[in-house]
Design a binder for this molecule. Sequence first.
Ligand SMILES: Nc1ncnc2c1ncn2[C@@H]1O[C@H](COP(=O)(O)OP(=O)(O)OP(=O)(O)O)[C@@H](O)[C@H]1O
Ligand SMILES: [Mg+2]
Length: 303
Amino acid sequence: MAGSQATVLAIDHHHHAAPVHGVSSIRVLPDEDGTKNWDRIIVDERIKSRLLSHALLALAHQQEFYLLPGALQRLVILTGPPGTGKTTLSTGLAEVVARELAHKGSTCLAEVNPHALPSEMLGESQRNVARLLDNSLPELSLRYRHVIVVIDEVESFAVRRSAASFEANPVDVHRASDAVLEGMDRLMKRCPNVLVIATTNFPAAIDEAFTSRADMVLSLSIPDIETASKIIGISLEELSGIWPEIKALAGETPLHRQLAQRCVGWDGRQLRRLPLKALSESKELALHPENLMADHLFAATQD
Ligand SMILES: Nc1ncnc2c1ncn2[C@@H]1O[C@H](COP(=O)(O)OP(=O)(O)OP(=O)(O)O)[C@@H](O)[C@H]1O
Ligand SMILES: [Mg+2]
């Protein structure tokens, strides 16, 4: 038994639970959360539309593409700096795909934690990768009509062989990378209903042979002022759901823009946390968030 945290229980429609090795969480969609993750990420609409269209093309025409082997790899890579929404957007993609294709059957979102794979014993990593790609994911693909697999921080999974030089035994890294590539090819051939979204904030570390298998490489970037100002607005809006006194601040679009102008270079995660940062800067506010004012927000933009 390698790493118990690498195993989760999958609940299928008949409520049978089965361990799925190497998968850290499973959601069967659509569910009551709707398309929350998809909606909360503010990016250029073209990114969302390309991502969604590609997923629908790949998953709605499984039989057709089965007849054209190699035409579609069903692998998409999302790159971008930390905190730019890669993980949230990938899981959100599964939410919209599930909604669009609900008439054909359900969608399973499986999140792979790559750190759970290269095992405690380095020599095991090859076997773990093979187990995920040859057993776990194909099993899910039999149980659900559509499967979206999110592999976060894929650089630790498909290490670029020419650059691998950690304390890890390079021979082992080599073998594990080969195992990933061969395993991916088998998975794609055997399971036409599986789409893999791999994320990374370090694209240079990914094996070129892995990147070249991707149908699409999309990159997210640090929000511009327009986007940043929307993110700040959404974040205040969310807080006002709890403290209605904050509603006025949440509605003040020019304020969001002024704040955004002071947060140039902040990533989405930092922008989203700006109101919380303001609240945590004084004892009074921490105890009475309803007293939040514009000045507190401005102060929180400074470090
Ligand atoms: N463009 C954005 N619009 C709205 N919210 C965003 C945006 N980018 C990031 N966020 C928020 O920041 C948080 C972190 O996002 P997420 O984990 O998806 O980023 P990531 O790119 O996967 O980061 P990492 O590289 O550190 O894994 C989430 O709460 C997300 O909602
Ligand atoms: Mg992430």
